[in-house]
Design a protein around this ligand. Structure first.
Ligand code: FES
Ligand SMILES: [Fe+2]
Length: 452
């Protein structure tokens, strides 16, 4: 059994060490960049959990499709002629060729570029060249594209490769309460504008996914230059004490953080088109949370993150971005970033112009993104060290543990929803990191499979 085998003892040892270290608010840094761990993540995590693959507004018409990935497996998300959405593996059942040759588009059929087998957009085989003479006895019912299970919540599409498992709502658990506020704010819901924006980075998908789950502790250091050039502008300046106004909401897998003002009509800076069309399904507490919100950031395990809120401070907004940290090999990631606006504002060019300026802070050319990428690349580079393997070096995520941080308290107020929420959470509590690595450890253990 080689060290790169995803079911090797090396992997199982590191997973067991993670469980031990987590008890003390730590984790082995060597899981960050390790080929065997990476292969095991593909097999154990991405083959079993629900993964974000897009938004329903991208697939409104029959035939609308886009290429998306679960782990590194290429999938085509497509709406068929009867209106059903599917997630098909992009693999022709003749010899395994990729049959989808564009990133997105609209088609009733996919024709494989190798020998011409043609599939309808419901995954069934329509025909093949010389079908009658060459395939007299082919059982076409047997030739249906491999399909992942697809479910949606508040327009968010998630797919799962495993045939068995919890429903999407069970998987999202209490985090649905917060997703309602962020993605179901208005009756029309959110809608994607344009194609998702993509960029590549030499960092491991775990690092950014965990950071977006609620790390504001890094902001004043990593993003110091950007903040210094813009502080004092916009509604951010109304948050007088950043730590006090910050909250961290954690479930067993998913976490998010947010800043609140006392002003119940803040609504992340959205104009009346939003506040006059709030979704009546929101509870009073959800409405209050949305009303007082300035900014939200969070991660749905394993690799979907979001940022939603006032971008002010010179960078326009409000802005809602969903991003997927797409694994592209050990220590490599492709970031796929969707921009969404409330349906009620989808034709408001002035609003979209300001919202679009969110990219000025969060994109490869933005003031903040480059700061993070440099740090994350360095983490990935250093964590392939053989020394940390030998010394069993641990990373620290102890902020907020009992006796460690002053003023971090659990809040008990309906406005904060059903998760465990702490005050000063985004600054002095790293529970989101402990939850994130806890979810990672559980999945790596639960889906271990039989040793080869
Ligand atoms: S591989 Fe697709 S038709 Fe042959
Ligand atoms: Fe950052």
């Amino acid at each position: 059994m080689s060290k790169t085998d995803p079911r090797s003892e090396h992997v199982d040892n590191l997973v067991a060490k993670t469980a031990d270290a987590l008890e003390d608010g730590k984790y082995p840094l060597s899981i960050t960049h390790d080929e065997a761990i990476y292969e095991a993540e593909r097999e154990r995590i991405f083959s079993n959990t629900w993964c974000f693959v897009g938004h329903v507004s991208e697939f409104e018409e029959p035939g609308d499709y886009a290429r998306r990935y679960i782990g590194e497996d290429p999938f085509i998300i497509v709406r068929d002629e009867r209106g059903e959405l599917h997630a098909f593996l992009d693999l022709c059942l003749h010899r395994g060729a990729q049959f989808c040759t564009a990133e997105s588009g609209n088609t009733s059929h996919f024709r494989c570029p190798y020998h011409g087998w043609t599939y309808k957009n419901d995954g069934t085989l329509q025909g093949a060249p010389h079908m009658r003479e060459a395939y007299c006895d082919l059982d076409t019912d047997d030739v249906t594209l491999e399909e992942a299970t697809l479910e949606s919540y508040q327009g968010l599409l998630f797919a799962r490769m495993a045939e068995e498992g919890p429903s999407l709502e069970e998987y999202l658990g209490e985090f649905t309460w917060y997703l309602d506020v962020l993605f179901g704010l208005t009756e029309g819901g959110m809608t994607v504008v344009g194609e998702p924006h993509r960029w590549e980075s030499d960092h491991d998908w775990k690092t950014s996914s965990e950071s977006f789950a609620g790390d504001s502790y890094h902001v004043l250091t990593t993003h110091q230059a950007g903040l210094e050039t813009s502080l004092g502008k916009g509604p951010w300046s109304r948050i007088e004490d950043f730590p006090d106004a910050s909250y961290l909401a954690c479930t067993d897998k998913h976490s998010g953080g947010y800043y609140l003002l006392d002003d119940a009509e803040t609504f992340m800076g959205y104009p009346e088109a939003v506040t006059e069309n709030l979704d009546p399904d929101l509870s009073e507490a959800q409405r209050d949370l949305a009303g007082r919100s300035v900014f939200h950031v969070g991660t749905v395990f394993p690799n979907m993150s979001y940022i939603h809120g006032i971008q002010s401070a010179g960078w326009g907004g409000p802005w809602l971005g969903i991003r997927v940290w797409q694994p592209r090999g050990p220590g490599k990631v492709e970031v796929i970033n969707w921009w969404l606006v409330p349906e009620e504002l989808a034709d408001d060019e002035e609003f979209k112009h300001e919202s679009h300026r969110g990219w000025e802070s969060l994109s490869p050319g933005g003031a903040f993104e480059a700061d993070d990428l440099v740090v994350w690349n360095g983490i990935t580079d250093s964590c392939k060290s053989t020394m940390i393997d030998r010394r069993e070096t641990l990373g620290n995520m102890q902020l907020g543990l009992d006796g460690m941080s002053e003023g971090v308290e659990t809040v008990d107020d309906p406005v904060h929803g059903p998760a465990e929420v702490t005050t000063k959470g985004l600054y002095f509590d790293e529970r989101h990191s402990r939850v994130w690595y806890g979810a990672w450890q559980s999945a790596m253990e639960e889906y271990r499979g039989d040793p080869r």
